[in-house]
Design a protein. Sequence first.
Length: 383
Amino acid sequence: MNAPALAIIGIGIHPFGRTEGVSGRAQAVHAVRAALADAGLGFGDMQFGFGGSWSAGDPDTLVSELGLTSLPFMNVANGCATGGSALISADAAIRAGLHDVGLVVGFDKHPRGAFNTDPASHGIGDWYGETGLMLTTQFFGLKIQRYLHVHGIGTDVLAAIAEKAFRNGALNPNAWRRKKISAEEIASAPMISHPLTQYMYCSPGEGAVAFVVCRADRAPDYTDNPVYLSGAALRSRRYGSFEVFSPWLALDAAQSPTVDAAAAAFAQAGLTPADVDVAQVQDTESGAELMHMAETGLCEHGAQEELIASGGTALDGRLPINTDGGCIANGEPIGASGLRQVYETALQLRGEAGDHQVPGGPRVGFTHVYGAPGISACTVLTR
């Protein structure tokens, strides 16, 4: 394992879901104060901040509530990889020797209903919206149809994945959806985009996550239970990859940006997917978790069905995945979603996940987020 540059010494979260009367910025302030308290530090101790939000306000304005201390605070916007990009930016700043300790925060508060995105903002024509593919439920339905066909996987696995998400979410006090739903009920729910039913999709939501981070060699000065960012990478799509808001497929298909990002994160950490004890992967819908399990290298393509059916991805399985319920149970506030994965993994590595704690004292965690228009961010976390 390679020596990390950054350690997470404080973690904070505002519960995900719908919090009427509480702004996204207020949720972010809550998460930051929790992270500072966890680290035993004050906002005046922070030397920098990186933060991201899609629709809930400018993160740098949080200093109005947190403290007017003149620290450099940079806004980060990178779609579903916003939170991961903020963390990667903090890692780069520390690696460059610019700062020793600082803040990372991601938050959002989306209105009810599907994400409303203009095709022109992604460099494509109005026709793409007119055909219905800007509604990502349709894109993901098409993508998983093809994947199941190519790899000979049955549709029953999709309900099993969502069942696990709701089962884990029911144990997570910060999750939005905290009610178990059986695979039978999930499979028989209204069909949204074949083969994906209503309960196989996540929903836009609200929430916030914050971290206090520092130079890895300084971590013991602050805590006796640090979590290290051993690898972190973000990649965009290649020519020929079939991604959301990328409305064509080349004759020769290319690998997903997830493949590149995961490989780069593991290489930086000096570890492999076989070393992972607990993982969080993007599950915008059940099919996404299925595909990303293999694209990240956690298993072979086509091997997911047996792994899931045997309970291998459950909390007590050999490779627990989306232990907090993932996006399906938590919803997706874009600015916070990737950082939620890191928060959950830090809890697991610290042994503080309570009712949804993975047994056996996990030491290596992996996170993966994917989003439009074909970007992926991955981290490898260790203790």
